[in-house]
Design a protein around this ligand. Sequence first.
Ligand SMILES: C=CC1=C(C)c2cc3[nH]c(cc4nc(cc5[nH]c(cc1n2)c(C)c5CCC(=O)O)C(CCC(=O)O)=C4C)c(C)c3C=C
Ligand code: FE2
Ligand code: FE2
Length: 340
Amino acid sequence: MSNTYDAIMVVSFGGPEGPDDVIPFLENVLRGKNVPRERMLEVAEHYQHFGGVSPINEQNRALIRALEQELAEHGPQLPVYWGNRNWDPLLTDTLSLMKADGIKRALAFFTSTFSSYSGCRQYREDIQRAQKEVGAGAPEVDKLRVFFNHPGFIEATVSRTREALEQIPEERRGQATILYSAHSIPMVMAAGCRYEVQLLESARLVSERLGTHPWHLVYQSRSGPPQQPWLEPDICDFIRELGAKGEVKDLVIVPIGFVSDHMEVLFDLDTEAKDVSQELGINMVRAKTVGVHPRFITMIRELIVERMSGTTDRPALGELGASHDVCPIDCCLRATEKPR
Ligand SMILES: C=CC1=C(C)c2cc3[nH]c(cc4nc(cc5[nH]c(cc1n2)c(C)c5CCC(=O)O)C(CCC(=O)O)=C4C)c(C)c3C=C
Ligand SMILES: [Fe+2]
Ligand SMILES: [Fe+2]
């Protein structure tokens, strides 16, 4: 396989940019998914609280500016394009533009740190569909490996978590409990991917670098019908349990499952989890996502260089090793036959 690429493509989720975009955006997100309409309307309310604008698009623009600068300064000299699954700029439009610009082969950075149907296979399916729509001459697109255990992601997350810990009074800081939070997914989906294992490994690697804080992995933003099992514990339930035990004074929430402070972070953590903590008299601080942390941006360049050079030096911390460059045929299936 050739290592020659003539563009980078940031592939992301997309988000509404005004009140009229919210429902059509959510209809795109939930097409083909088993999510009750009431849940969709509840989420629509969260977006409307913020004027119908998700911060995700602005954050992706900032990420792209930072990556362009990093590539301009250190190479490789490649243009950066941006395409989304659910909202403008949609992947088909981006691939059309790339074709018009003469791009033949792009390396894609998905804004998903962990392997799941939503964060891996579904993006690959979206790209294939977009390539079909663009037709002959549509650029080929190869995905960069997932980076949950890359030193750049771990170091940037440690740095964000330290910033949050510094907001806790010094005399109590060492005892603060850390909750690592990620998007919940249905158990049948979790059974077909390495999502939980990778999340636990990232959380462990970050915690190991922070000292002896008690830590837990929790889940947020569940959307399924009540009878369908999704990954647990739910963050708010977990905080209530901590409150009932009365042992925790300070909580740092690290949204390890997300790379930017988008609506699910602002609403589910900064509003809901914060309210629950306050009711229980727990001081809660939320760590920023990696966003445009310089170490995170350097990591993206390192992943690009690694892939283009074909080197066998593929940095990864901890026990699991560097993830595959090319997804195997059964990678991140939508659902397996039976939940575990
Ligand atoms: C069956 C699984 C999922 C449903 C249903 C679901 C609904 C849902 N999600 C959002 C908004 C976001 N989700 C994001 C990430 C994300 N979502 C799922 C799974 C389901 N979401 C996973 C596994 C992930 C993590 C992987 C990833 O894509 O990052 C994000 C963040 C995207 C990013 O690029 O950072 C958002 C935003 C809504 C509004 C919604 C419907 C109610
Ligand atoms: Fe989601
Ligand atoms: Fe995968």
